[in-house]
Design a protein around this ligand. Structure first.
Ligand SMILES: *[C@@H]1O[C@H](CO)[C@@H](O)[C@H](O)[C@H]1NC(C)=O
Length: 230
């Protein structure tokens, strides 16, 4: 019984702590376009879509077209000439904000890695996107000189991992926004609008945790009593 209550309290705590990464969770869509044509560097064609369904958990869904034979040959040309593979990310955020980010990596590294790449989506403290960066393993590439036809034979599907990178907590206290927040709360109080609609555990966890720990300790030091309740 005691253990079950404690377990419930701890689970709720974990949820509350996770939920407090951002003040609210959000989603966003990213359309990916890449420039493959050596002769037309401004021509971007569709590569696929990424949907991040939860900014807090980083859960994402990736849907990408396989390369056509023509696109594979274009990528091969980029790689053989040691050009950059350029990727443009069109971001649509939950509040309707649209932004574009350009990122690039060595075409031969992308070919050598068999189209495996990582997309980092960086967020500011409010959960807005500040950067989309493509990262490709460059470990086994010697300036594109050791490319062979075999590297290109099976290039069709991108294998993309997406990571959401929230902003690190600032090392100095953000007094300006704290004061603004206090001001907003004061104004809301004056208008009689304040309501604390956080969950029960979000409001009272600092009281519940010590009590739960005390209960656990007394249960552990008195196993007979705990056993006797069953
Ligand atoms: C990506 O999204 C666009 C617009 O919603 C759609 O036209 C396209 O088919 C999608 N591509 C993939 C690979 O899902």
């Amino acid at each position: 019984m005691v253990q079950r209550i404690l377990f419930t309290v701890l689970c709720s705590l974990v949820l509350v702590i996770q939920a407090s990464h951002l003040e609210y969770d959000g989603w966003l869509n990213i359309e990916l376009y890449h420039a493959l044509d050596v002769h037309e560097p401004q021509k971007f064609t569709s590569r696929g879509n990424v949907t991040i369904t939860s900014l807090n958990s980083g859960a994402s869904a990736v849907s990408q077209e396989p390369l056509t034979v023509h696109e594979r040959n274009q990528l091969r040309k980029l790689a053989e000439e040691n050009r950059l593979y350029r990727l443009e990310a069109h971001v649509l955020e939950a509040d309707g904000t649209r932004s574009k980010f350009l990122t690039s990596s060595k075409a031969c590294a992308l070919a050598k890695s068999q189209l495996a790449d990582v997309l980092w989506v960086s967020l500011d403290h409010a959960g807005s996107v500040t950067a989309v960066t493509q990262s490709v393993n460059n470990g086994n590439t010697d300036n594109c000189r050791d490319l062979t036809a075999r590297d290109f034979e099976a290039l069709d599907d991108f294998n993309t991992d997406v990571y959401v990178k929230p902003m690190e907590s600032a090392p100095i206290p953000d007094t300006a926004s704290f004061i603004q927040k206090m001001e907003r709360e004061r104004e809301a109080r004056e208008r009689g609008e304040t309501k604390d609609n956080r969950g029960f555990f979000a409001k009272y966890w600092m009281y519940i945790v010590p009590v739960a720990i005390l209960v656990l300790i007394s249960g552990a030091t008195n196993p007979e009593a705990a056993g006797g309740q069953r």
